[in-house]
Design a protein around this ligand. Structure first.
Ligand code: SF4
Ligand code: SF4
Length: 396
């Protein structure tokens, strides 16, 4: 009564293109359990998640030509819960690289890639202004190109602490802390270029590798013991990507560097406030560091540290990872609110007066979101700024 079915005729053709891309093969492994959807921060404000993407590819959507290719922030919360290890942190860069080669890329990202290529930073700022922030630090900050003597700590400032006005304030606070601790530190100044991890995750592997060549050549010119950076994205590049290419350094996020020294910080000025802390995806989930920032916050007298419901391993994403930093305009008609706005509302609901952060993307993202959600009373401050204030700095 039935003809034998030719099951190969119903094969998953939609996945063939993805499976040809190194890194993108795991999407096909999805078996639809649905665990990833409720933890996906984009799904909270829209319709997203690996299961939903899998289904769409299954029924014929071409992910490489779809806006959905650019909506994932590579926050890794789905990977954390997925029994089949469907890995969006690898799928997205691989598929985006292919889409870019076909000319399918949001304009905002093209501009960032070009700015990074030309100037060595995502903001397109003049590299000669890299060290401009040091003038108002109130303490001397050595620039290795001008004074190349060996140094203990190379402070890799990265883009947003170098150029964004609010980032510069955090960089200045950190320099004062390092000075107070008597740490021998220096920066690369005009020779610093971004480590480019977000550009890599947004699909520009070629740009990332060319930056890596430049950065490692610059680092080879100087003698230092370790690198300390405030940027979890740069940190991720140095600990996970650079070693794959034979470049290994002793690297710490600045909170990891300071936490063991906390007893030496003279935190004598109380900050009487309720504070909540936002775990950066690329420090927490991606690299397992949840305690160092909290150790520093708890050491500040007067602070009442409260946690948001989604914290640590399950922390909500600010929306800035994987190229999302530059895609707020592109995302605006695809989500009910920005991820940063959602997160700020969670912070406000915790009863906090201050949202503490330790990723250079976040001060600007969350400050804007505090305004747009009517939560102006919520101050967004980097942990370095809070420590600096508690150390009695008149600048903070
Ligand atoms: S958790 Fe993994 S297997 Fe389950 S639906 Fe999501 S992607 Fe598919
Ligand atoms: S990596 Fe994050 S944003 Fe991307 S699909 Fe997974 S949970 Fe959603």
């Amino acid at each position: 009564m039935f003809e034998p079915r030719v099951i190969t005729d119903t094969g998953p053709d939609g996945f063939a293109e993805l499976n040809a891309l190194t890194g993108a093969e795991s999407l096909e492994r999805c078996y639809g359990c649905g665990k990833c959807v409720p933890v996906c921060p984009v799904d909270v404000v829209g319709e997203y998640g690996p299961r939903k993407l899998h289904r769409k590819v299954q029924i014929g959507e071409n992910l490489l030509a779809s806006d959905e290719l650019w909506m994932c922030t590579t926050c890794a919360n789905c990977l954390r819960v997925c029994p089949k290890e469907v890995n969006m942190v690898e799928i997205m860069p691989a598929a985006r690289e292919e889409a870019i080669s076909r000319g399918e890329v949001p304009n905002e990202l093209t501009q960032v890639f070009e700015a990074t290529f030309r100037q060595g930073n995502a903001m397109g700022a003049n590299p000669r202004r890299r060290a401009a922030w040091t003038k108002k630090a109130g303490v001397p900050v050595r620039e290795l190109p001008k004074d190349p003597a060996p140094v203990d700590v190379l402070f890799y400032v990265e883009d947003y602490w170098s150029y964004h006005p609010r980032g510069q304030e955090a960089a200045q606070a950190f320099a004062r802390i390092m000075h107070a601790l008597g740490v021998d530190f220096a920066i690369l100044g005009a020779e610093e270029k971004t480590l480019g991890d977000s550009q890599r995750l947004a699909g520009e592997r070629g740009l990332f590798e060319s930056l890596m060549e430049d950065v490692t050549a610059t680092l080879a010119k100087y003698e230092f013991n370790r690198i300390v950076t405030p940027d979890p994205h740069g940190f991720n590049a140095l600990v996970k990507e650079y070693p794959k290419h034979g470049h290994t350094y002793d690297v710490a996020h600045y909170t990891q560097f300071l936490a063991p020294l906390v007893d030496r910080l003279e935190l004598t000025t109380p900050i009487e406030a309720r504070v909540t802390f936002h775990d950066p995806c690329y420090l927490g989930r991606h690299n397992g560091e949840y305690d160092a920032p909290r150790t520093l916050l708890r050491a500040i007298p007067g602070i009442d540290l409260v946690e948001m419901g989604r914290c640590r391993e399950n922390a909500y994403c600010c929306g800035g990872g994987g190229g999302g930093m530059w895609l707020d305009g592109f995302m605006s008609d695809k989500v009910s609110e920005r991820l940063s706005e959602r997160r700020v509302r969670e912070a406000a609901e915790s009863g906090a007066d201050i949202l503490a952060v330790c990723c250079p993307y976040e001060v600007s993202r969350f400050s804007d979101a505090a305004k747009s959600t009517g939560n102006e009373h919520l101050q967004v401050l980097d942990i370095a700024e809070l420590l600096d204030t508690a150390m009695g700095s008149p600048k903070a």
